[in-house]
Ligand binder design. Structure first.
Ligand SMILES: Nc1ncnc2c1ncn2[C@@H]1O[C@H](COP(=O)(O)OP(=O)(O)O)[C@@H](O)[C@H]1O
Ligand SMILES: Cc1ncc(COP(=O)(O)O)c(N)n1
Length: 269
């Protein structure tokens, strides 16, 4: 059984963060352990409270997992602040983690800041050099680069190339927020660009798409896929989960992480 560790925030509404990561790993047949960095009181409409977890408690969770369970791939999501990032970097180095997927969670889709300014600097300089795969959306890519984004493929390519210089082996700038009929993500591996392409689904069920995509990349890498196959698997998994989402809540609803398992002989559901 392959194992992923997700280090992220809890979403009480169950659509993003730790909850999305665990469901995604489960659906892809990979075991997941979880280290919680922050609690959020959250539903499909808004985040009403955020409580970062104390550093000593985060450290205890990390040590408890690493001292007992062999982890194949680590994925990070919401890290909240500089102190937590420094601690995570320290532990990733101590346990010689080689496979790391970094989803740079900075603000929620509903507009709440989930990482401090100091935290953003620290993520850029201390965590990115350790990353195998970095998965910003267009806004996150711009914040990491300290500039305003342009919502087109040309800018996404430039951004991916420049972000790669901070240290991650592979950068995926996700185009979920592009205009148009396609949801295109730009991948840069240090030499070549590739595109992950799918149709855009017109839906309000998009809460947790970024967490789901990055967790699916982590689970697929844990299963031994090479990065191109892992990214394509994650893209298809996320698309299916958006396409078959149930109407849950009154805002931006969660995905259906089990859609690809709910098949009959006519296809999904
Ligand atoms: N409406 C949509 N239809 C199809 N794919 C989407 C849609 N929204 C997002 N995606 C895909 O989901 C993944 C997450 O992207 P994105 O929404 O940009 O991330 P985030 O949740 O971090 O803002 C990407 O692969 C993106 O292309
Ligand atoms: C705990 C947590 N982690 C990540 C997100 C980002 O997800 P989204 O961009 O869909 O709001 C979130 N809302 N909450």
């Amino acid at each position: 059984m392959q194992k992923v560790l997700t280090i992220a925030g809890s979403d009480s509404g169950g659509g993003a963060g730790i909850q999305a990561d665990i469901k995604t790993c489960q659906a892809l047949g990979v075991y997941s352990a979880s280290v919680i960095t922050a609690l959020t009181a959250q539903n499909t409409r808004e985040i009403t409270a955020v409580a970062p977890v104390e550093r000593a408690m985060i450290r205890a969770q990390l040590d408890a997992v690493f001292n007992d369970i062999h982890i194949d791939v680590v994925k990070t999501g919401m890290l909240a602040n500089k102190g937590t990032i420094q601690l995570v970097v320290n532990r990733l180095r101590a346990y010689e983690v080689e496979n790391l997927v970094v989803d740079p969670v900075i603000t929620s889709t509903s507009g709440t800041v989930l990482l401090t300014e100091e935290g953003l600097d620290c993520l850029r300089t201390e965590l990115l050099p350790l990353a195998s795969v970095l998965t910003p959306n267009i806004d996150e890519a711009a914040l990491l680069l300290g500039e305003s984004p342009t919502f087109d493929i040309k800018w996404m390519k430039q951004a991916a190339k420049r972000l790669q210089r901070f240290g991650p082996q592979i950068v995926v700038v996700k185009g979920g927020h592009l205009e148009g009929s396609e949801a295109v993500d730009v991948v840069y591996d240090g030499t070549t660009f590739t595109m992950l392409q799918s149709s855009r689904i017109h839906t309000s069920s998009t809460h947790g798409t970024g967490c789901t995509f990055a967790a699916a990349v982590a689970a697929s890498l844990a299963k031994g896929m090479v990065y191109k196959e892992a990214l394509q698997t994650a893209k298809t998994f996320t698309h299916t989960a958006i396409a078959h989402a149930f109407p849950i809540g009154t805002g931006k609803g969660p995905l259906n992480h089990y859609a690809h398992m709910q098949t009959d002989n006519k296809g999904v559901r």
